[in-house]
Design a protein around this ligand. Structure first.
Ligand code: NDP
Length: 464
């Protein structure tokens, strides 16, 4: 088929972060672009992920702030939280953003199909609802991921549980909630619901949450979970979930440690899987990896020369800004004048537990593995605000420095606004700044962040 015979220069499957960015940028480079989204424009991040989750974090944190405000002399009258009103406002905002995503595409002249798309071959796509087949010179798969859960054989009663899509559809605030998992989603939602006054239990199969994070961060988050009043059960999994006759807590959760818990909501946050079912990847000959992810190289190229993939479906780093950059790099490289690729190192990230985690670069264990000896600087303190409000919440900061050239190769924070701080520190780590350059930077006073530039003494392990 000659170039002129294709319906599109680019067809994007998936209207989430990676897909919409790639489609819009390719279109601004002059490409004729089509995009199919079967659900709502915006993808996981906007519709049932980062955005509504962050609003729920804010809602939960206002509860803490009300208490703090009282300690600062404010008379807080009722302190009652109206879940329905909040959820309605949150969904209205999500709808507004989804609309903007749609508009962003159409105003860039991307033709949007509200339809399920499946590959028929390396250059052709079938649109299910309309039954139409379209052709494209290049195809980008950006369909994201979906929550993973065990089968009913592995966990009887799994159909009584909810996942990280359904959590945003709750119409009533749960009273007793059991959350399973120890990753980003489980710990963030344990804090959200505990902060909203829900009796919350977190069940984790390991001994410490947030595997792959720096050990000090894991210890801090673990302590924060207990301080938030979350009932935290480790080295345990849910064996089964049954209906119970108790109208107030209609679910009975049987645990591997022999205990049973009653609950009205059981939320599984056990990881996500690439959403490749029904995509026709076999028909086009696209190869998958062991975890079902689409295998791609550094340029997001699959094994089929006309097909690329970006975002969570590739199983690289499952974060919105990563998908955005992968999509942008693909579009510039294939349709613009500049070839560039996403570099998957030194990606700053935040976990919106309360207080937040911010992290970038290597953990201490990774740094020791890579460089042997490393210099560590740590500090822990009570933020100024808490001197008056009685909160026990503290701030923890850690810098990891490579001795040979004094470059700061890891920064790990726990504390209020750690997510905001780590964005700036991500620039420093990415730029390869040294500890001396941190030391030469004048502090901003009085802030929490000033401690980052005033850590002078290397941390020494306590002799036992
Ligand atoms: P994660 O992969 O982070 O965590 C999954 C958790 O489930 C782990 O604690 C894992 O345990 C546990 N688990 C897995 N399988 C089982 C099982 N069979 N039985 C019991 N426990 C199990 O996934 P999430 O769902 O929390 O989040 C998915 C991704 O979404 C994250 O990796 C992150 O990239 C992204 N995300 C980012 C956010 C942010 O930027 N703030 C917020 C939310 C999500 P173990 O540790 O032992 O493996």
């Amino acid at each position: 088929m000659s170039e002129a015979e294709f319906d599109f220069d680019l067809f994007v499957i998936g209207g989430g972060s990676g897909g919409v960015r790639a489609a819009r940028i390719a279109a601004t480079h002059g490409a004729k672009v089509g995009l199919a989204e079967e659900y709502r424009m915006g993808g996981t991040c906007v519709i049932r992920g980062c955005v509504p989750k962050k609003y729920m974090v804010y809602a939960s944190d206002y509860g803490h702030k009300l208490k703090e405000a009282e300690a600062y002399g404010w008379n807080i009258q009722t302190g009652v939280f109206d879940f329905r009103t909040f959820m309605q406002r949150m969904h209205d905002e999500v709808s507004r953003l989804s609309g903007l995503y749609y508009k962003g595409q159409t105003s860039a002249s991307v033709e949007v199909f509200e339809d399920h798309a499946a590959l028929l071959g390396p250059n052709s796509i079938h649109l299910t609802k309309t039954g139409r087949t379209v052709t494209a010179k290049k195809i980008l798969i950006a369909v994201g991921g979906t929550p993973w859960h065990p089968s009913a054989a592995e966990m009887p009663g799994v159909e009584l549980t909810i996942d990280s899509n359904q959590i945003f559809e709750l119409t009533e605030l749960p009273k007793k909630m059991v959350i399973a998992g120890g990753g980003y989603i489980a710990v963030e939602f344990a804090h959200i619901f505990a902060g909203l006054g829900v009796e919350t239990t977190l069940i984790y199969r390991g001994d410490k949450v947030l595997r792959s994070f720096d050990e000090d961060i894991r210890d801090q988050v673990q302590a924060g979970i207990l301080a938030a009043g979350i009932n935290f059960i480790t080295e345990t999994v849910i064996e089964r979930v049954d209906k119970s006759a108790d109208a107030a807590s209609p679910l009975l959760v049987t645990l591997s440690n022999g205990d049973a818990l009653s609950a009205d909501t059981v939320f599984l946050a056990l990881g996500r899987k690439p959403m490749t079912d029904g995509l026709g990847l076999g028909k086009a000959g696209v190869e998958l990896g062991a975890g079902g992810e689409i295998r791609v190289d550094d340029w997001s190229r699959t094994n089929v020369p006309s097909i690329w993939a970006v975002g969570d479906v590739t199983g690289r780093v499952e974060l919105t800004p990563v998908a955005l950059r992968e999509g942008h790099a693909f579009a510039d490289t294939e349709f613009g004048q500049t070839a560039w690729k996403m570099v998957h190192t030194d990606i700053a990230t935040a976990v919106f537990v309360q207080p937040e985690v911010g992290t970038v670069g290597l953990t201490e264990a990774e740094a020791r593995e890579a460089y042997g000896d490393v210099d560590i600087y740590k500090t822990e303190f009570r933020p100024m605000k808490n001197a008056l409000n009685g909160s026990g919440e503290r701030v923890f900061m850690k810098l990891i420095v490579k001795p040979a050239d004094q470059k700061v190769i890891g920064v790990h924070l726990v504390g209020p606004e750690a997510g905001e701080m780590i964005q700036m520190l991500g620039i420093c780590v990415k730029a390869g700044l040294t500890k001396q350059q941190f030391d030469e930077t004048c502090a901003v006073h009085p802030t929490m962040a000033e401690e980052i530039v005033t850590m002078r003494t290397k941390w020494q392990p306590t002799a036992v």
